[in-house]
Design a protein around this ligand. Sequence first.
Ligand SMILES: NC(=O)c1ccc[n+]([C@@H]2O[C@H](COP(=O)([O-])OP(=O)(O)OC[C@H]3O[C@@H](n4cnc5c(N)ncnc54)[C@H](OP(=O)(O)O)[C@@H]3O)[C@@H](O)[C@H]2O)c1
Length: 344
Amino acid sequence: MIRAAIVGGTGYGGMELLRWLLAHPGVEVGAITSRTQDGPVTDHHPHLRGLTTLAFTAERAVDLAKEHDVLFFATPHGVCAKEAADVLEADADVKVVDLSGDHRLDSGAAYAEHYGKQHPHPERLAEAVYGTPECGAREALRTARLVANPGCHAYASLLALWPLYREGLVTGRSTVCSVTGSSGSGASPGAGTHHPERFGNFKAYKPLKHQHVPEILLALDAAADGSPAVVDFVPHSAPFSRGIHVTAMVPVAPGTETAAVEAVRTTYADEPFVRLVPKGTPEVRAVAGSNFADVAVTPGDGVVCVTVAIDNLGKGMAGTAVQNMNLVCGLEETAGLLVPGAGL
Ligand SMILES: NC(=O)c1ccc[n+]([C@@H]2O[C@H](COP(=O)([O-])OP(=O)(O)OC[C@H]3O[C@@H](n4cnc5c(N)ncnc54)[C@H](OP(=O)(O)O)[C@@H]3O)[C@@H](O)[C@H]2O)c1
């Protein structure tokens, strides 16, 4: 059995990781941390009653390293950046899966620009593998010690864009509209995420300035003409709890639209967690609670439209984190994850 610890167990990511890991046939959860709670985890996460007797611990991540094979950091930006280096040094075999944005970019300067703080260990950025198994990272993940789990908007967008960039089919700037549910903002209520503000409301935020854009661009190959990929990205906040829905409009040369559709379909034909939607378009309720991404692609005139639905807490976060753990720990990639969503 793989022994796993969760750092940041009271938040939505920690909650969702625990839900997946308790049902995983090859994993035992040894510890789940909190600075603010010390009782049974089921007092805080009542939907897990009857499934675990774990209690929150305040143990430091570095002290958990020796007794665990893998540590998940489901913590705000800045925590894993500080602590991962000590964890990786404390035990030569331990692996770290970072759900925050701390290891997704390629330089301390880029991190400072997009996250507004200095990275305490920029030397670790080159070692981190960006954890997108469906978008080219599967083999690198098998030997990784430090995984930078992708952002939720970023992964939904990449699932739409990556096959087209990889095949060199893109001829100009792509436009992506990504709509997220409120659990994307984490468990601590804020002015913009409070229920009366979200319910019945819909708005864009951080247009063209979201911090997930640089990780999207880093993961895309250059466009067909060799110039760097350009993606105009606008996130929106919607009045549902779980889910991300992406609409990507990608320019392609006239006459290559059918090849573009085929590129998307071929890329995902054998992917266990990507479902090509044969009829209609992806819906967030069809993936909520699951690790699936539903994808549809429609050809236009010099453009293709790719739509994607994921659960931001599933494929956009904890589901992919468990999939990445399976890969870095040498387990079956799908172990513990082939579960349907609730459907409603
Ligand atoms: N929500 C999403 O859809 C989503 C998707 C992809 C990625 N992410 C990223 O994943 C990370 C976690 O997101 P979340 O939504 O789970 O956040 P959250 O609900 O706000 O939870 C954050 C957790 O971190 C703990 N924590 C806070 N400061 C800490 C510190 N200094 N040291 C140790 N633990 C600390 C908190 O526990 P205590 O206060 O009890 O200690 C809490 O359990 C974030 O970086 C987020 O950007 C989120």
